[in-house]
Design a protein around this ligand. Sequence first.
Ligand SMILES: C[S@@+](CC[C@H](N)C(=O)[O-])C[C@H]1O[C@@H](n2cnc3c(N)ncnc32)[C@H](O)[C@@H]1O
Length: 207
Amino acid sequence: MSRLFAMVYDRVLKASEEACVRSWRAELLGPLTGTVVEVGAGTGLNLDHYGSGVERLVLVEPDRHMRARLAHRLAESPWHGRAELVDATAERLPLDDDAADAVVSTLVLCSVPDQPAALAEIRRVLRPGGTLALLEHVLADHKPRRAAWQHRLTPLWRRVADGCHLDRRTTDALSAAGFDVSGLTRESMRKAAPVVRTTVRGHLTSA
Ligand SMILES: C[S@@+](CC[C@H](N)C(=O)[O-])C[C@H]1O[C@@H](n2cnc3c(N)ncnc32)[C@H](O)[C@@H]1O
């Protein structure tokens, strides 16, 4: 299933990318500087948006089918020969404590098997005062009918969308992990299925 997911991923996201996600990526990633670690880099849709302030880029991706597509996109990007492509999970990053100035997670915390462990690991590798640049779809707890559908559909969705949960309370998990979530923006992902439309994004620091 992960092979099929990797194959269709860019096509499934295309309308939303054009409607809003591409500009969200640019706004999130353009200001990052220093050592940047992207977890769950997928097919590499963030690659175009890193700015000249990034000195070291580490792309972490555990799925081999996604990694193959990422390698292909990387070869055609300005990061070719400079970014590091790593087979690892967000729950276990092969990096020293405080190694990163920024960690990037876009549409990944819905899929990691152990969200608290991934967030603890992200905190471990982020230097004090470092930034977590985040874009995630979340449980629509402000829309009870949508939230009910998210709960109902998650068991099936997880199977077809490679482990993705529709109903995660990611903002609460970020708070519990010690991130200040007060600056997060909640916005609808246009042209997306209603069950993944509720998103949060922003730059977070440790509380
Ligand atoms: C929906 S895709 C998002 C891809 C990309 N970040 C983007 O913004 O388009 C989710 C990605 O998370 C990866 N992933 C799943 N479990 C993971 C884990 N435990 N640690 C890191 N990445 C993981 C998947 O392989 C997939 O590439």
